[in-house]
Ligand binder design. Structure first.
Ligand SMILES: *[C@@H]1O[C@H](CO)[C@@H](O)[C@H](O)[C@H]1NC(C)=O
Ligand SMILES: *[C@@H]1O[C@H](CO)[C@@H](O)[C@H](O)[C@H]1NC(C)=O
Ligand SMILES: *[C@@H]1O[C@H](CO)[C@@H](O)[C@H](O)[C@H]1NC(C)=O
Ligand SMILES: *[C@@H]1O[C@H](CO)[C@@H](O)[C@H](O)[C@H]1NC(C)=O
Ligand SMILES: *[C@@H]1O[C@H](CO)[C@@H](O)[C@H](O)[C@H]1NC(C)=O
Ligand SMILES: *[C@@H]1O[C@H](CO)[C@@H](O)[C@H](O)[C@H]1NC(C)=O
Ligand SMILES: *[C@@H]1O[C@H](CO)[C@@H](O)[C@H](O)[C@H]1NC(C)=O
Length: 762
C-alpha cells in the first residue's frame, strides 16, 4: 500500500542562539580553598562569570541554595559571597566550615564553579616551645620550634633569636624551610647563649615567642649516629623545590647516602645534598616515592625513611571544543584528565548532574565519554566535566549549541519540457544538521541507478549537501513528477517538479492509495509524454470537483482532497486528452483509514491507600487497535503492581493500593494502521503531612547558638512554619533558617527571652 499523506513534523525549537556575544567562563579555577580568621571575615568572588552578565548564585555542596543570614552571611548582587566576622562562640560548621560552589547562568546555559572550601579559624590559646639541645664541639646543633598539632597547619616560624638578637641564615646559622635552626661547627661559646623562636599565625596574624633554650656543648667523643632531623611525609607541588631533612649527630662525622624506592638515588642535576638533607629542585611526579637516608660512621648506623608525594594539579579538558547539534542528533563529548589516575568524574548539563538514561550513555573506565543520542530541545547548553580527588577538583566545559537542524532546500529544479535524448540534470541543494541524505523518485517510484540514470551526492565546504540526478538519453517514460526527499534525524523536506519529455502522451498505471481521515490527500495522475491537452478527474463518472473539499489542477494532474472523510473512499478516474479527440484513462482506488480518537480523561485527586481505576476509551478509529500505557514516558514498571485490562476498544489501569511511587504522568497510547495517538494525565497521590522530627525542649546558653530541628513529610511537600508561644519576642533578624528544617537564632542575647517569634515559612 502506498501512503500518500506526507506528514511533516514542524518542531518549534527553543534554539540556543549561536550568539557569539553570549558566553560563560571561569574567572579563577585555582580558588579551591579559602581560610580566614573569624575576627576578619571574608569575601569570596564567584569564580564563574559570563557575558552578557550572568546571574550568579551560591550553593552548599549538598545542592542547597544559600540564603542571607543577616549579620552572618550575605551574597552581594555582584555575586560576591561575604561571610562576616563572628565571635568564636557563634561558630556554625554549616556556615563557617563548609564546601560551597557558585553557578553562573545566562542565555548560553549554566555552569557550576569548582567546589570552594571555606573555613574560618579562630584565635585559640597555644604556646610554642624550644627544647635544650646537646652538641659536640665542631658538629651540628639543631633547635626545633615545637608547635601544637592543632595549629601546625596555620602557624609557621618567622624568626630565630639568639639572646634577643634576630639570626639570619649565614655562615654558621641556617634556618631551614621547615623552620629548624641549624648551628654548624659548634663552638664552646655557643653554649653561653639563649635561643628562641617566633611564630606567626597565617590567618589571625598572632605571633608567639617560645621559651629560651640552651645548647650544651661537649668535647667530641666517639659515638654512633643519632638522627637529629628527619621527615616521614612530604608533599610538594610539581615544579617546586622541596627539602628532605636528614641530619644526625655522631663522631667521627657520619656519612650519608640516599636511596629511593630501595635503589641508590640516580644522580640528577636537580638533586643536591645540603647541610640539612636532600634538596630537590623543580620536583617532578617521578620523584614521588619512598626515600631512605642511610647514615653511618665507624661506630654504627641509623636511617631516616620518609615518603615524598609530588602533587600535580588536576586538569580536565573536554573535547570537541565546538559542538553543534540539532534535535534528534547525537552528541559525543570526551573528558581527558591529567594530574592523577585516581579521580571521580561527573558530568553536568547546565549545572545539573547528568545520569545515564534512555538516551544518555557513559563509556570509558572513569565515565570519561558522554554520549547523548537523540538530542531534545532541552539538551542544549553548557556541558561540564568535573573531576574530584579529595579536596581537589578540576573541571572544564563546552557549550553545545542546539541548532534547528531540520533540512531546508536551498536550491533545486523547476518544471521544464525536454526533447527525447537530451540529457537531464537535476540538483537538490539542501542544508541541515546532521547532514541530510536525499533520495529521488519519479512518479513516486524510486529512481534506480542504471546505465542511463546516475546519482551523485557530496557535501560542500559550507556543510551543505548537494544531491544530483543525471539522466542521459531521456525517453518519454523518463518524464513525470520528480521528487527529491531529504531527511535527517531532525526532519524531512522534499521538492518536486514535473519534467515533460516530448512524445506520445499516456498514463502510467496507478497504485491504490490510503488516505487518513481528517488530513489532506493528494492523488497524482501519472501522465507521461508531451504535449497533452487536459487532465480531468472523475469519481463514479461525475467530473470533479463536486464538493468544496476537492480540487483538481488541470495543468499538472493533481487532485487534492482536503480534510479527508469516509465518503471520499472509492474509485477515481483520471482522463487525459492526448489528442483533440483521443482520451487515455487510468483508475485509482482510494481507501480511507480513520485514526484512533481517545476520549480525554483527567485524574481526580487521590489519597494514599485508595483503590484506583483509570479507563482509556478509543471512541473512534479503524480496527485493529493496539492500546498500551506508559508512565513518565516508559513502560509501567512491574514493581508498581498496576494491572492493565485490555478489552476491545478500551484499556484500563487498576491500582489496588495507591502509594507515593504511583505519582507520575500516565499516557494511554492507541495505534492503528492510520496513526498513533496518545493522551496523558498526571496522577498525584496526596500524602497527609506527618512529622518526622519534632522539636524538643532545649536549654539555651547565653551567647551560644541553639538549633531546634523540625521536619515533616507528605505530598505535595508540606510547608513548615515556626511559631513561638511565649511573649511577642523581638525582631526576626536574630533568627536564621539553617536548613528548611531547623530553626536557629543567630545568637542568644538576654532580650531574646524565650524562643523567638517565628521564622520564615519554607
Ligand atoms: C585566584 O584565587 C587564588 C587563590 O585564592 C588567589 O590567590 C588569586 O589571586 C586569584 N586570582 C584572581 C585573578 O582573582
Ligand atoms: C561586590 O560588591 C561588594 C559590595 O558592594 C564589594 O565589596 C566587592 O568588592 C564587589 N566585588 C567585585 C568582585 O566586584
Ligand atoms: C551530472 O552532470 C553534471 C554536469 O555535467 C556533472 O558535473 C556531474 O558530475 C554529474 N553527476 C553524476 C552523478 O553523474
Ligand atoms: C486497487 O483496489 C481495488 C479495489 O480494492 C482492487 O480491486 C485492485 O486490485 C487494487 N489495485 C492494486 C494495483 O492494488
Ligand atoms: C500542481 O499544481 C498545484 C497548484 O499549482 C500544486 O499545488 C501541486 O503541487 C502541483 N502538483 C504537482 C504534481 O506538481
Ligand atoms: C507530568 O506532567 C506535568 C504537566 O505536563 C509536568 O509539569 C510534570 O513535570 C510531569 N511529571 C513528570 C514526572 O514527568
Ligand atoms: C538537628 O539536626 C542536625 C542534623 O541532622 C543534628 O546534627 C543535630 O544534632 C540535631 N539537633 C537536635 C537538637 O536534635
Amino acid at each position: 500500500m502506498w501512503i500518500l499523506a506526507f506528514i511533516f513534523l514542524q518542531s518549534i525549537l527553543n534554539v540556543f542562539g549561536e550568539d557569539l556575544h553570549s558566553s560563560l567562563y571561569f574567572v579563577n579555577a585555582s580558588l579551591q580553598e579559602v581560610v580566614f580568621a573569624s575576627t576578619t571575615g571574608t569575601s569570596v568572588p564567584c569564580p564563574a562569570g559570563g557575558a552578557p552578565p550572568a546571574s550568579l548564585r551560591w550553593y552548599l555542596a549538598t545542592g542547597e541554595e544559600i540564603y542571607d543570614v543577616p549579620g552572618i552571611r550575605h551574597v552581594h548582587p555582584n555575586g560576591t559571597l561575604q561571610i562576616f566576622n563572628f565571635l568564636p562562640s557563634s561558630f556554625s560548621k554549616l556556615i563557617h566550615d563548609n564546601t560551597y560552589y557558585c553557578t553562573a547562568e545566562n542565555p548560553s546555559g549554566k555552569i557550576r564553579s569548582q567546589d570552594v572550601h571555606i573555613k574560618a579559624v579562630s584565635r585559640e590559646p597555644y604556646t610554642v616551645r624550644v627544647a635544650d639541645q646537646k652538641a659536640m664541639r665542631g658538629s651540628v646543633a639543631i633547635f626545633k620550634c615545637i608547635i601544637p598539632a592543632s595549629v601546625e597547619a596555620y602557624v609557621s616560624v618567622v624568626s630565630w633569636e639568639k639572646d634577643t638578637v634576630s639570626l639570619n641564615s649565614g655562615q654558621r646559622y641556617l634556618i631551614t624551610s621547615t623552620g629548624a635552626l641549624y648551628i654548624v661547627d659548634v663552638l664552646p661559646e655557643d653554649g653561653l647563649n639563649n635561643y628562641r623562636c617566633t611564630t606567626r599565625h597565617r590567618y589571625t596574624g598572632e605571633t608567639r615567642q617560645s621559651n629560651s633554650a640552651r645548647l650544651i656543648v661537649s668535647d667530641p667523643t666517639n659515638a654512633e649516629p643519632a638522627i637529629l632531623d628527619g621527615f616521614d611525609h612530604r608533599e610538594v607541588k610539581i615544579n617546586h623545590r622541596v627539602e628532605l631533612p636528614c641530619k644526625a649527630s655522631g663522631f667521627p662525622t657520619p656519612k650519608y647516602r640516599w636511596l629511593k624506592d630501595n635503589s641508590p638515588l640516580e644522580p640528577d642535576s636537580r638533586f643536591r645534598q645540603t647541610i640539612s638533607g636532600l634538596l630537590i629542585e623543580n620536583a617532578q611526579p617521578s620523584d614521588s616515592g619512598t626515600y631512605v637516608c642511610e647514615v653511618w660512621n665507624s661506630y654504627g648506623n641509623a636511617e631516616v625513611m620518609g615518603h615524598l608525594y609530588v602533587k600535580q594539579p588536576l586538569k580536565a579538558v573536554v573535547s570537541p571544543r565546538k559542538v553543534k547539534g540539532s534535535v534528534g542528533s547525537k552528541v559525543s563529548l570526551s573528558c581527558s584528565m591529567s594530574g592523577s589516575d585516581e579521580y571521580e568524574l561527573s558530568w553536568y548539563r547546565n549545572g545539573e548532574i547528568i545520569y545515564p538514561g534512555n538516551n544518555v550513555r557513559f563509556t570509558g573506565l572513569n565515565r570519561e565519554n558522554l554520549i547523548i543520542e537523540g538530542m531534545t530541545k532541552s539538551d542544549g547548553g553548557a556541558y561540564q566535566c568535573f573531576a574530584r580527588k579529595g579536596k581537589m577538583s578540576a573541571q572544564d566545559f563546552v557549550q553545545v549549541i542546539l541548532e534547528d537542524g531540520t533540512p531546508k532546500i536551498l536550491s533545486s529544479f523547476s518544471e521544464k519540457v525536454m526533447n527525447p535524448n537530451e540529457p537531464l540534470f537535476l540538483v537538490c541543494n539542501v542544508k541541515g544538521t546532521p547532514p541530510p541524505r536525499c533520495s529521488w523518485s519519479l512518479d513516486d517510484d524510486p529512481v534506480i541507478k542504471d546505465a542511463h540514470h546516475h546519482l551523485g551526492h557530496f557535501e560542500t565546504h559550507e556543510g551543505h549537501v548537494v544531491s544530483q540526478l543525471n539522466v542521459t538519453h531521456t525517453q518519454v517514460q523518463d518524464g513525470g513528477l520528480y521528487r527529491c526527499t531529504c531527511s535527517n534525524s531532525a526532519g524531512v523536506v522534499y521538492h518536486q517538479a514535473r519534467i515533460n519529455v516530448r512524445g506520445r502522451a499516456s498514463i502510467r498505471p496507478m497504485k491504490n492509495i490510503t488516505a487518513i481521515a481528517g488530513r489532506d490527500a493528494f492523488v497524482h495522475c501519472r501522465v507521461i509524454g508531451y504535449p497533452y491537452y487536459s487532465i480531468k478527474w472523475y469519481k463514479n463518472s461525475a467530473l470533479l470537483p463536486f464538493n468544496h473539499r476537492q480540487r483538481a489542477f488541470e495543468n499538472n494532474g493533481t487532485l487534492k482532497l482536503s480534510n479527508v472523510q469516509q465518503v471520499d473512499a472509492g474509485e477515481y478516474n483520471c482522463k487525459v486528452m492526448v489528442q483533440p479527440n483521443k482520451m487515455e484513462s487510468q483508475s485509482v482506488h482510494v481507501r480511507v483509514r480513520v485514526p484512533p480518537y481517545i476520549q480525554p480523561f483527567e485524574f481526580q485527586r487521590f489519597t494514599i491507600g485508595q483503590r484506583v481505576f483509570i479507563p482509556c476509551v478509543v471512541m473512534s478509529g479503524d480496527r485493529p487497535l493496539d492500546i498500551t500505557w506508559q508512565k513518565d514516558g516508559r513502560p509501567i514498571p512491574a514493581s508498581l503492581g498496576v494491572t492493565v485490562d485490555n478489552i476491545d476498544f478500551t484499556s484500563s489501569l487498576r491500582i489496588n493500593n495507591l502509594t507515593p511511587d504511583h505519582n507520575g504522568n500516565y499516557t494511554c497510547i492507541a495505534r492503528n494502521e492510520a496513526a498513533v495517538v496518545e493522551h496523558q494525565s498526571q496522577l498525584i497521590v496526596r500524602v497527609p503531612p506527618q512529622f518526622v522530627v519534632q522539636p524538643e525542649d532545649q536549654d539555651g546558653i547565653y551567647g551560644k547558638t541553639v538549633t531546634l530541628n523540625c521536619s515533616a513529610e507528605g505530598y505535595p511537600p508540606p510547608t513548615i512554619v515556626w511559631e513561638h508561644s511565649k511573649g511577642s519576642g523581638r525582631g526576626g533578624s536574630s533568627l536564621s533558617r539553617e536548613t528548611q528544617t531547623s530553626l536557629s537564632p543567630a545568637t542568644w542575647d538576654s532580650s531574646s527571652g524565650g524562643i523567638p517569634r517565628r521564622s520564615q515559612a519554607s
